[in-house]
Design a binder for this molecule. Structure first.
Ligand code: ADP
Length: 506
């Protein structure tokens, strides 16, 4: 039971935290605010209109009434007192039901009062008139006030207009005429308010349901992506989303698929690399094992032992160089090989390499010589560049080996569209590389079989290739790390030329 409750609580909290729910809530909140502001605007505008209309009506009524009273005052001012005709009553032609009227003389005394208003209320209105006209100018004033109910009518809000009125006779004294009409905008506006509330609620409810549905639809691809991502494991990178929509989510899914392509390619490369590396190591290890077993089988002559040990040593050297190359590449892949940039002369580095390899070339009967080596000042990693040129020259010696074979090394500078480029060229008149092998030359562990069979190691160790197939990968990595590139041209039977071009910063 408790488990179930927790399950339900989890489900609810997941829903509440979902983007879908939050999107909907935000849409509803924002729209709600807009609707409230809109309703408030409509309501106040309507209220103002009603008040303006009432004031206009009040003014026109007051105009009528005050003209009548001005006349009446002239006619009925007798002996210093006002005797208004008794004919003026509620509900006659002048004052209608619900309306109130009061005439105040210059002394502040009520001369006449009609309608549902008490003396105290008249007094307070007169006071507010006086306090609003302190600046000497005598104007009409409008005043809204709630009138208590009496026997003549129920309690109600009235809108009053007060206007000064001249009393004839002594020094043109000013009295005050006060006229009021019921004003109850809220009664009328209640219908409007109700309409606004019902309309807004309906719109909000519609937005909530529609928004939730729409957000669900929009988020569906995200769920697909999530599920697919959950299914992708290290061993199975084949899964793709293949989302066909053309919107942002389609773009995201597409980016995700392309990322998986790259990941899969990287994984495949890595797997291939490990498989190749193990394969490469297995052969020399087997040879070492066989050779050692053979030597230990029975007592042998010292020449036999020397031969066995030479083979073991040669295989060991091969493995050492292979492991070194593997380590270099692994570091390069992992981004751990940082270039230690310094000012250097590319020709200087080249010459160093040539001098170092001269003995090996001589031993193999290869003539190693240099052409022009002009000063090429650039910034680079001396050790890496040395290794790069060494690999190229070593290859040229290794694969050309034999009488009349020559390896020619030259450097120079040329200018291309982007600026100056320093180059190193290593040329041999060896067996050449077949055209179909050229595109794969820089792949890891790639070796040209034909070349290999012609040049199998004459070392004591015997029938194994000279190299691991990693040298040119390393050359390419170093060239690229310096912003440059390697190119190769070759002709079977004539020879091969490798050229490395490296940009020289201005
Ligand atoms: P390796 O360690 O086997 O030399 P590389 O990556 O340096 O590996 O070279 C890859 C292959 O390219 C070699 O196995 C060889 O067949 C071929 N190759 C490289 N340089 C030359 C060259 N100068 N002449 C002929 N073939 C070459």
């Amino acid at each position: 039971m408790r488990k179930r409750l927790r399950g339900i609580a989890n489900f609810i909290s997941q829903r509440l935290n979902s983007v879908r729910f939050r999107l909907t809530v935000w849409a509803v909140i924002l729209l709600g605010l807009v609707l409230v502001a809109f309703s408030a605007f409509v309501y106040t505008t309507q209220l103002r209109t009603l008040r303006t209309n009432s004031i206009l009506q009040l003014d026109s009524r007051m105009h009528q009434i005050s003209s009548f009273y001005r006349l009446a005052l002239l006619n009925y001012y007798v002996n210093g007192t006002i005797q208004l005709p008794s004919g003026i009553t509620q509900n006659n032609f002048l004052i209608q039901e619900n309306e109130t009227l009061a005439l105040i003389d210059s002394q502040g005394q009520e001369v006449q009062k009609l309608g549902n208003i008490s003396d105290a209320e008249v007094k307070s209105l007169v006071q507010s008139f006086v306090s609003n006209n302190t600046n000497g100018h005598v104007n009409d004033i409008y005043f809204q006030m709630a009138i208590k109910g009496t026997s003549k009518g129920p309690a109600q809000t009235y809108l009053f207009v007060m206007t000064p009125i001249g009393f004839p006779g002594s020094d043109n004294a000013q009295g005050l005429l006060l006229f009021g009409m019921p004003f109850d905008p809220h009664g009328e506006l209640n219908t409007l308010l109700l309409t606004l509330i019902i309309a807004s609620s309906t719109i909000l409810l519609g937005t909530m349901l529609g928004g939730y549905w729409l957000a669900g639809r929009v988020m569906r691809p995200v769920h697909i992506i999530t599920r697919a991502a959950q299914q992708i494991s290290e061993t199975d990178l084949n899964q793709r989303l293949n989302l066909q929509t053309k919107d942002e989510l389609g773009e995201l899914a597409n980016t995700f698929d392309r990322m998986l392509d790259r990941l899969q390619a990287a994984f495949d490369r890595q797997r291939q690399f490990t498989a190749d590396a193990s394969h490469e190591l297995r052969t020399p290890l087997t040879i070492v094992n066989l050779e050692a077993s053979r030597a230990l089988e029975r007592r042998r002559s010292s020449e036999d032992y020397v031969q066995s040990l030479s083979i073991i040593k040669s295989e060991n050297e091969y493995m050492t160089s292979l492991v070194n190359d593997l380590l270099t590449l692994a570091r390069m892949d992992a981004g751990q090989s940082q270039l230690r940039s310094e000012d250097l002369d590319l020709s200087d580095v080249t010459l160093d390499v040539v001098e170092r390899l001269a003995t090996i070339a001589h031993d193999k009967g290869v003539q190693l010589y240099t052409g022009e080596l002009p000063e090429i000042s650039m910034i680079g990693d001396r050790q890496f560049l040395g290794q790069m040129i060494t690999n190229l020259v070593e290859n040229a010696i290794k694969y050309s080996e034999g009488a009349n074979k020559k390896v020619f090394v030259e450097t120079g500078i040329h200018t291309n569209g982007k600026g100056q480029v320093g180059w190193v060229k290593v040329e041999d008149n060896g067996p050449g590389i077949p055209d179909e092998a050229l595109p794969h030359l820089f792949d890891r562990f790639f070796r040209v079989d034909e070349v290999r069979s012609q040049n199998q190691s004459s070392d004591e160790g015997g029938d194994r290739p000279n190299g691991s197939g990693l040298g040119l990968s390393i050359v390419q990595w170093i060239a690229k790390a310096h912003g440059g590139e390697v190119s190769v041209s070759s002709e079977i039977g004539k020879g091969t030329t490798f050229t490395v071009s490296l940009p020289i910063p201005n």
